[in-house]
Design a protein around this ligand. Structure first.
Ligand code: ARG
Length: 459
């Protein structure tokens, strides 16, 4: 048991207590960030004349060698240390002796861990954003290739009006684009440096907190030392934004699972992204989509957990806050993994365009357009609605679609119908006439795709 304290204790810590208290099993995940923070701290201490330049260089050399040895596997992070901070400091003292004992001057583990967690979250936000961008690029390809792929658009999971695959996928493009902007917002708001806050009340050493902040790429320094060591808002914001990413992925997965079912047959998930059944030889299951949908609960769980942990904590640091790590780390890894797998799955998925188009035709998705035809010929919309309702009933009786109903039967229900009704209710017309900004019409869709391209180039 190697710990940084003990002077005022007369007994050894109970083994179970030690293990319960220790965080090294999980906070070793940010050894890089811990070393990065220590290096900046030491540079600042030397600049302020608190350490000599020689001490600074010895400490920096020691920290670099620890980093290199951990990365190469030569130095193992073991549970013999209480946390990653103790591990680094103890190893530093082993390596360089007395100057190593000066590393923690003007610092507490409270501001140190607040910094490490911020640095880690900031790095991970960038990785999540990069995964989201790859997903958007994959969606953009599907959109570009499917401006003319007709499919039913649904409301209440009932066929409603025809759209295109580009348009449907475009809806998800918007969601994941907003997710990226949420990541950027969080990064911006959290980007102040807590180091120098000390345990809670700052320090009597003449630290230059702004210099440390600058060295670590922060926009500035946190403004209240008590808040600095006890703020985990940005973790909650990230978990909330990641929950939203998962919610979006999960909705899309749910659709893919439906589309991949024998009943829909809109898509065929690639063999590489499907699994079989141990008993039923015919099965090809959408397990990846199901797992992504399932893991959404896990990320929501992390959000709920940390919100609950934080709600009763009086100022300033309390050990409860150590609970911010495991679930956040797990959630981050889960989200990154899910986005990457999902991207692979959608970009290899085959869309059965013929089945999608036939489904759009067979579900009366052009009924609104038939009513609009009547309106364009002077029939008030409410009457037109009733007339087309009766047409639909006739078609259901006969088991046919609107475009298969003979003109005489149209005329029987309303004499206004002429031969050009078939043109008016064709999938092509139904989609191509919908050219309001944001609608599935091909002209406006091409415009959106061009805007997406511009966005992906600049962001
Ligand atoms: N492992 C602790 C955490 O994650 C580090 C800070 C410990 N500070 C303290 N005063 N015990 O929060």
């Amino acid at each position: 048991m190697a710990q940084l304290w003990g002077g005022r204790f007369t007994k050894e810590t109970d083994k179970l207590v030690y293990n319960f208290n220790a965080s090294i099993s999980f906070d070793q995940k940010f050894y890089k960030q811990d070393i990065r923070g220590s290096k900046a701290h030491v540079r600042m201490l030397a600049k302020q004349g608190i350490l000599t330049e020689e001490e600074r260089d010895q400490i920096l050399g020691g920290l670099d060698s620890i980093l290199a040895d951990v990365e190469s596997g030569k130095l193992e992070i073991t549970s013999e240390y209480e946390d990653i901070h103790s591990f680094v400091e103890a190893n530093l003292i082993d390596r360089i002796g007395d100057p190593g004992k000066k590393l923690h001057t003007g610092r507490s583990r409270n501001d140190q861990v607040a910094l490490d967690m911020k640095l880690y979250v900031r790095d991970e936000i960038e990785e999540i954003d990069a995964e989201l961008k790859k997903l958007l690029e994959a969606l953009q390809v599907i959109m570009e290739n499917n401006v003319h792929t007709y499919m039913p658009g649904f409301t209440h999971l009932q066929k409603a009006q025809p759209v295109t695959l580009a348009h449907h996928v475009g809806a998800y493009f918007e969601m994941f684009r907003r997710d990226r902007s949420r990541m950027a917002d969080i990064r911006k708001r959290m980007n102040t440096c807590p180091l120098g806050a000390g345990a809670l009340a700052g320090t009597t050493y003449p630290l230059d907190r702004f210099y440390t902040a600058e060295l670590l790429g922060f926009d500035g320094s946190t403004r209240n030392s008590m808040d600095s060591v006890s703020d985990r808002d940005y973790v909650i914001e990230l978990l909330s934004a990641m929950s939203t990413v998962m919610m979006h992925l999960s909705r899309f997965c749910e659709e893919i699972i439906l589309w991949n079912s024998n009943e829909y047959r809109f898509v065929e998930i690639d063999d590489a992204y499907s699994t079989g059944s141990s008993i039923m030889p015919q099965k090809k299951n959408p397990d990846i989509a199901e797992l992504v949908r399932g893991k959404t609960g896990r990320v929501y769980g992390a959000l709920t957990s940390i919100l609950t942990t934080m709600k009763g904590i009086p100022l300033a640091y309390n050990k409860d806050m150590q609970e911010d790590k495991e679930l956040t780390f797990d959630a981050i890894d889960t989200v990154k993994g899910c986005i990457a797998l999902f991207t692979g799955m959608v970009s290899t998925m085959e869309f059965r365009k013929d089945v999608m188009e036939a489904s759009a035709k067979n579900g009366f998705t052009n009924a609104t357009d038939a009513a609009d035809y009547l309106v364009n010929h002077g029939v008030p919309f409410r009457d037109a609605h009733g007339i087309v309702g009766r047409l639909v009933l006739t078609c259901i009786d006969k088991g046919i679609s609107l475009d298969a109903l003979p003109l005489e039967e149209y005329k029987e229900i309303s004499p206004v119908f002429e031969q050009d009704i078939y043109e008016a209710i064709s999938m092509k017309t139904c989609v191509e006439k919908r050219e309001t900004y944001g609608a599935p019409g091909p002209k406006v869709m091409e415009q959106i795709i061009a805007e997406n391209k511009e966005y992906l180039k600049n962001n």
